[in-house]
Design a protein around this ligand. Structure first.
Ligand code: ADP
Length: 193
């Protein structure tokens, strides 16, 4: 099964990506996690992206597209994957399409977790107190939400126009949202197998 998981910063997509990955036995591939890991281990990629991440700005498409294309050919991703946080721009949509066409594979679905902006802000500010993420400051949070609105919502609209998007209410406990997602995805897995 090949899925995209879309959602604003603070929508809980990282948490739900882990749950989906376990339930369906596919790797959850998070561009945010890959970039943070690169920064933490001080690789050339890490040096290239650390300031952008800390500022809440997107990494250029050309860099992100290559990171994803390389990840998708790893052995664990041959039979399926869940992309968390990619594609985030219309340019990345085209790159992913080209990459998938090259490998002769197709998407099974696009899942969007929907959470109202006030709730997102509340969650992100709370997380800023708990975790030590460089991009969880009030200023950066506002920027990431604006970037999401400007660049990523059009991506959801584009997939929605081709009838691909399933929207799931992201307000509630982690378990509640996970159940809503499973209700949507279980039938898809049956048809994908
Ligand atoms: P969030 O959804 O909370 O912003 P992520 O972990 O998905 O968290 O992303 C963190 C940061 O990593 C982004 O603000 C951006 O700088 C970078 N990033 C992640 N995915 C992408 C992407 N697809 N394109 C460009 N930059 C990305």
């Amino acid at each position: 099964m090949r899925l995209l998981l879309m959602g604003a910063p603070g929508s809980g997509k990282g948490t739900q990506a882990t749950a989906i990955s376990k339930r369906y036995g596919i790797p959850a591939i998070s561009t945010g996690n890959m970039f943070r890991a690169a920064v933490a281990s001080g690789t050339a990629l890490g040096h290239q992206v650390s300031e952008l991440l800390a500022a809440g700005l997107l990494v250029p498409d050309v860099v992100t597209d290559q990171v994803v294309a390389e990840r998708l050919v790893e052995p664990d991703a041959v039979d399926g994957w869940l992309l968390d946080g990619y594609p985030r721009t219309l340019g990345q949509v085209s790159a992913l399409q080209a990459c998938m066409a090259h490998h002769g594979v197709a998407l099974d679905g696009v899942l969007a977790i929907i959470v109202p902006t006030e709730e997102l802000l509340k969650r992100l500010l709370l997380r800023a107190d708990i975790e030590d993420r460089a991009d969880d400051t009030a200023e950066t949070i506002t920027r990431r939400l604006a970037v999401y609105h400007e660049q990523t919502e059009p991506v959801i609209e584009q997939y929605a126009a081709s009838g691909f998007v399933v929207r799931v209410d992201g307000v509630g406990s982690v378990a509640e949202v996970a159940t809503r997602i499973a209700t949507v995805l279980d039938p898809l897995t049956e048809s994908a197998v």
